[in-house]
Design a protein around this ligand. Structure first.
Ligand SMILES: Nc1ncnc2c1ncn2[C@@H]1O[C@H](COP(=O)(O)OP(=O)(O)O)[C@@H](O)[C@H]1O
Ligand SMILES: [Mg+2]
Length: 238
């Protein structure tokens, strides 16, 4: 079943068109990795899906309903949660407070403080620490946990491994693998093409605002994705 359907989406920053005619679908329990160079439009696309950025044209359908004009807080309640680039935790609040605040705005469901800690053991000992005092990996785990507290149907993850030490990246991805195996529906921006191909069921590559390559991860080679990433070969999208 299609959970998210993005149709001919355009998004701008003033005169700059950051997202150009983007169309794709994602079914429940799929993981779509979104790759592309800096400035390709990945963050703008995720923010537009989450309702944090207003599209200039196109439609977004979620769970069968047109949510193009729905404000961000209402999208959260219908089940779309964004883990933003740079994590954006409430720095002065504890891990536990960051998690609890999010829970208030979401839907009822299986995620609560206990299940988040189980999925992200990294933060079990840090619940009463201020977010500002956490390591990068602990902050990222908290940011993903905070999104899960809203019990989303769709989780949008923007560059979760950016700026993390390799061991922290591994820890965060171990938790994400469990979410993926548990049937979560995820759109994941990841710079590491090898990792994107390993964790995702589908991969989409953006170049200058457009999706120029999209398909099943198992049908794609690293070389194909790398070429698309650098714009060396343009391929039609399906
Ligand atoms: N707040 C903003 N104001 C103006 N231009 C922006 C803003 N955010 C992003 N852009 C521009 O939009 C384009 C896409 O950026 P972004 O969506 O952040 O791409 P990515 O996440 O793939 O690096 C880039 O050219 C970037 O400079
Ligand atoms: Mg970005």
């Amino acid at each position: 079943m299609t959970l998210l359907h993005v149709e001919h989406l355009d998004a701008r920053h003033g005169l700059l068109q950051a997202v150009r005619g983007v169309t794709f679908e994602i079914a429940a329990a799929e993981t779509l990795a979104l790759v592309g160079a800096n400035g390709a439009g990945k963050t703008t696309l995720l923010r537009t899906i989450a309702g944090a950025h207003k599209p200039a044209a196109g439609r977004i359908l979620f769970d069968g309903a047109d949510i193009t004009a729905t404000p961000a807080y209402a999208r959260l309640r219908t089940g779309i949660a964004l883990v933003p680039e740079g994590r954006r935790l409430f720095a002065g609040m504890t891990v536990k407070e960051n998690l609890l605040v999010a829970g208030v705005h979401g839907r009822p469901g299986p995620w609560n403080i206990d299940t988040v800690i189980e999925a992200f053991p990294l933060i079990a000992q840090r619940l009463n620490s201020r977010a500002a005092n956490l390591s990068g990996g602990e902050q990222q785990a908290t940011a993903i946990g905070r999104a899960l507290m809203t019990n989303p149907k769709l989780l949008l993850l923007d560059e979760v491994s950016l700026g993390l030490a390799p061991v922290a990246v591994e820890a965060v991805y171990r938790s994400l693998d469990l979410l993926i195996k548990g049937g979560a529906t995820i759109v994941l921006v990841e710079q590491d093409i090898g990792r994107a191909l390993r964790v995702a069921t589908r991969v989409a590559c953006m170049l200058e605002g457009r999706i120029i390559l999209e398909g099943a991860a198992e049908d794609m080679t690293r070389e194909q994705v790398t070429q698309a990433y650098f714009g060396l070969r343009r391929q039609a999208t399906s």
